[in-house]
Design a protein around this ligand. Structure first.
Ligand code: ZN
Length: 74
């Protein structure tokens, strides 16, 4: 199966600060994009909302880069 890759090149630019990147939405691997799971209840069948994507069927990843001074002693 083909996979799309996102590459983040990490290099300081200007003043250092905290940066955050949000990936493009990807299909939720837990529910396979269905957004939930069929369950049997006393009142018949129902759909239980996927806890990972909260029913959206997609997930995104936030990547935070927190620049710090290099204070390690030599
Ligand atoms: Zn899901």
């Amino acid at each position: 199966m083909s996979k799309k890759r996102t590459m983040i090149i990490i290099e300081p630019d200007g003043r250092i600060h905290k940066e955050a990147f949000m990936t493009a939405p990807m299909v939720c691997p837990y529910c396979n994009g269905r957004g939930g799971f069929p369950i049997d209840t006393p009142n018949g069948s129902d759909i239980e909302t996927c806890p990972d994507c909260q029913g959206s069927g997609e997930v995104v990843a936030m990547v935070v880069i927190d620049w710090k001074p290099n204070t390690k002693l030599k």
